[in-house]
Design a protein. Structure first.
Length: 344
């Protein structure tokens, strides 16, 4: 893509998110979401491939439907209360519509079907943007409105998303689809805790982005699109293989890595709120997610590469590690001891 076009699109992408995050009027928030959507469409479809066109179409239709629901919800609320303030959704029907629209924006169950297909149909850098940056604007709206949203739909959506994120990733062989189901499961945890403690929700979002960004950067650097591609990572870079192992275990939530911190805090709060059944279901669904993380870990770092005769010989070329990997990886692995400082 032309550098000038890329600059304009990425600037519009950032501007749309900033407008949504800094607005207190529903119309401005909706306008920021639309800027965000229209900026990412050319980035998704720049491959000029039928799969990329399909992914861009699916993304546009779902995001446009969610934005229309948000505008409809805010119009109903303004009609009933006379206010366009984001922090005051007073109508119960309007609040429920807003919850479902933001769940569709984030790719949460039961409106999650678009996310794996869109990530699979686009490039790795675009999949990274969709999995991280594109989640910021809807999460900001949830943060601003959560005090006036009904907690029951949020907890149910969160529980269902953690289960779907675990079950859906079990039979996948594409790394982008695995990361998509990982995103569904992680944001399910954030939805479940959002009615109770928003600071833990923001902490979970921060840890998720810090873990997901270097994971995608490693997949981009090693050109690993399938599980079979991951088998040659050891011959490509032994140090990178060890890092990938630890990152995958952190994404799975194993102590003493950083990914354990948000799950530990969320389960503690759910138990304190007497939501024993919800916390049990979510903890059990994490085992499903952990299974496919461990499977990816096993074929990446715990087998002798190349383990199959059909792998491509990309191990002949020395990789160029991006500087972006140097800072997030230690944070993504070793922040558990400073948990008391981070939640104050």
């Amino acid at each position: 893509m032309n550098p000038a076009s890329s600059t304009i699109l990425l600037s519009s992408l950032a501007t749309g998110t900033i407008i949504t995050a800094s607005s207190f009027h529903w119309f401005l928030a909706w306008m920021g979401l639309e800027m965000n959507t229209l900026s990412i469409i050319p980035i998704i479809s720049k491959q000029h491939h039928p799969r990329a066109t399909e992914a861009a179409t699916k993304y546009f239709l779902t995001q446009a439907a969610a934005s229309a629901l948000i505008l409809f919800s805010s119009t109903i609320n303004a009609w009933q209360s006379g206010m366009w303030d984001i922090t005051q959704p007073s109508n119960p029907f309007s609040s429920l519509l807003l919850t479902m629209a933001l769940a569709m924006k984030l790719g949460l169950a039961p409106t999650h079907f678009w996310l794996p297909d869109v990530l699979q149909g686009t490039t790795m850098p675009a999949a990274l943007i969709i999995s991280t940056w594109q989640k910021l604007a809807p999460m900001t709206l949830i943060y601003l409105t959560v005090n006036n949203l009904s907690p029951t739909p949020l907890i149910l959506i969160g529980t269902l998303s953690t289960c779907i994120g675990g079950w859906g990733g079990l039979n996948q062989t594409q790394t982008r689809k695995l990361m998509a189901y990982s995103s569904i499961a992680h944001f399910g945890w954030m939805m479940a805790i959002s009615p109770m403690l928003t600071n833990i929700m923001l902490l979970n979002l921060m840890i998720y982005m810090i873990m997901t960004t270097p994971m995608f950067m490693i997949l981009i650097m090693t050109k690993s699109k399938t599980l079979q591609n991951m088998t040659t990572t050891t011959a490509l870079s032994p140090a990178l293989t060890t890092t990938t192992l630890l990152l995958l275990l952190s994404l799975g939530g194993l102590p003493p890595l950083s990914g354990f911190m948000p799950k530990w805090l969320i389960l503690t709060e759910l138990i304190n709120q007497d939501l024993i059944m919800i916390s049990t279901i979510m903890a059990m669904s994490t085992l499903l997610s952990l299974f496919f993380y461990l499977r990816l870990t096993y074929i990446t770092a715990l087998t002798l590469a190349p383990s199959t005769p059909n792998t491509t010989h990309k191990w002949r070329f020395s990789p160029k590690a991006p500087l972006l990997l140097t800072s997030p990886i230690p944070i993504a692995l070793f922040t558990l001891p400073i948990t008391p400082i981070m939640i104050q």
